[in-house]
Every structure is written in C-alpha cells, then in structure tokens.
Write a protein that binds this ligand. Structure first.
Ligand SMILES: [Zn+2]
Ligand SMILES: [Zn+2]
Length: 252
C-alpha cells in the first residue's frame, strides 16, 4: 500500500498545537509597540493610539477649524472625494506600522485591519470595490507581501465589499516616499500607476497604511478616475501630522 503525501503530512491536531506552542516558546511574539513579550500588539499600546482630533477638512482629513475644505484643498483640484484615517501616525501605532511593513510583521494584519473595519462601521462608509495601493513588482518580491493588500483583505472580509488586487498596477519603480519632501513625493509618483481592469462606474475605496501628503493616493485616484470610476475615496490606517508648506516628515 502506498502512502499518499497528504496522509503523511496530516499531523494530528494535538501535535500541531504542540508545535505552535514550542515555536512560541522558542520565538515568543513581542509587542510591536513596546516590545513586551507574549503579544503582537499589547492592550496598553493600543489604548495609547491617538485618534484624529476633530474637526477636520472634509477632503484631506487634516485638522481644520473652519467649515468644509481647508485652504489647500480649496486651491487644488483632486481626484479623491475624501481621505479618511483611523488614527494619528504617532506613538505605538507608528512603531507597529514600522514592524508591519519593514520587519516581516504580517501577523499584525488582523489587528491593524480591524481598525479599518471599525472605522468603516462607525462612520457608516460604503463602496462597490476595495482596491489596495499596489507595490511595484520588485518591491513586492523584496518584501514578500503588500502590507496595504493585507489590510484591504481584512476590510473586505469584515464588510463583505469585494476586493480587487489586479486592477491597479504600479508600473514605475518609485523611490520610497518616506525619504522625500512634498514636491518630490508628487513628482516621484506622477504617472506611476495604471489601471488595467474594468472599474467603470464603480465607487472605489483605496486602502493604504499611512497617508502623509496624500500624493500616492492622489496618483492612484487619477489612474482610477481616468478608467471611468464613479468616485474614489481613501481609507488609511494612519495619518501623519503634516501641514502644506512644511517638509514631509522623515522616514519612520
Ligand atoms: Zn505594547
Ligand atoms: Zn484639506
């Protein structure tokens, strides 16, 4: 009798649990915010996440004391209806996003993605399709995953809104935005994205981890609007403190 590979590889559940427990013992998870051993992102760190202070500009989502749109948004046209974020890019959330992106912290996706789903539920948001901001193929190969796609999948699962990861393509290998100032960021991502799927008349929500100046989201929205979408808005995990005219914050 020949043993099929699947029956050989199928370990009993108790053995799998033991294996996972041993892995945890050898390589215990550490909090992405404070380093505490035993959890991925501890409750203390999550309690310190800074909400976006209201009121905000209805378009760019930055703090704005007036009504409607801030002076910068009134001056410049945009392909985005709105940019929303779940929290300020600071403190433990900033640390967690750094680990999530640059330190193989993909295990944080469910915890961080749940923040997007909660924002969606509370603000009663809607869209026809969820599209994550894509990475260039070379960056994707280097990192092994697209952090925005991981977040978008969690959001899609929680909301029931379909996700499309093949529609938007980053065909220009751009420099990392984190090291550039505002004008350089705009130039860096200009024409970096193409839309290659049928998104005609759909209401799209773009998902990304961090929004700083909004230039990446704007370049994505431009490509999508050019392909005939009905509307595009963006939801990001965090929003960097940044004012037009100020240099963009340095690399995290
Ligand atoms: Zn912590
Ligand atoms: Zn604004």
């Amino acid at each position: 009798m020949s043993l099929r590979p699947s029956s050989v590889l199928r370990a009993p559940a108790w053995l799998k649990r033991l294996g996972l427990a041993l892995l945890d013992l050898l390589f215990p998870p550490r909090c992405a915010g404070c380093g505490r051993v035993g959890v991925l992102f501890c409750a203390l760190c999550q309690a310190q996440i800074e909400p976006i202070a209201l009121p905000v500009c209805l378009h760019c989502g930055r703090p704005y004391r007036g009504a409607g749109l801030c002076a910068d948004c009134r001056r410049s046209a945009s392909c985005l209806d709105e940019i929303a974020a779940t929290a300020v890019f600071a403190g433990p959330l900033r640390h967690a996003i750094h680990v999530f992106k640059y330190d193989n912290g993909r295990g944080l996706a469910p915890i961080l993605g749940a923040r997007l789903a909660e924002n969606w539920r509370v603000a009663r948001r809607s869209a026809d399709v969820i599209i994550p901001v894509p990475l260039h193929a070379a960056r994707l190969a280097e990192r092994g995953y697209n952090q925005s796609a991981l977040l978008a999948r969690i959001l899609a699962e929680a909301t029931g809104v379909p996700i499309r990861e093949d529609v938007l393509v980053r065909h220009k290998a751009t420099q990392q935005q984190a090291v550039l100032n505002a004008a350089e960021r705009r130039a860096n991502v200009k024409d970096a994205f193409i839309c290659q799927g049928d998104v005609g008349n759909l209401r799209v929500v773009l998902v990304d981890d961090v929004c700083t100046t909004g230039s990446t989201l704007e370049a994505c929205a431009e490509a999508l609007r050019g392909a005939g979408t009905a509307s595009v808005w963006a939801l990001t995990l965090a929003r960097a403190r940044w004012e037009p005219g100020q240099p963009a914050p340095d690399r995290m």
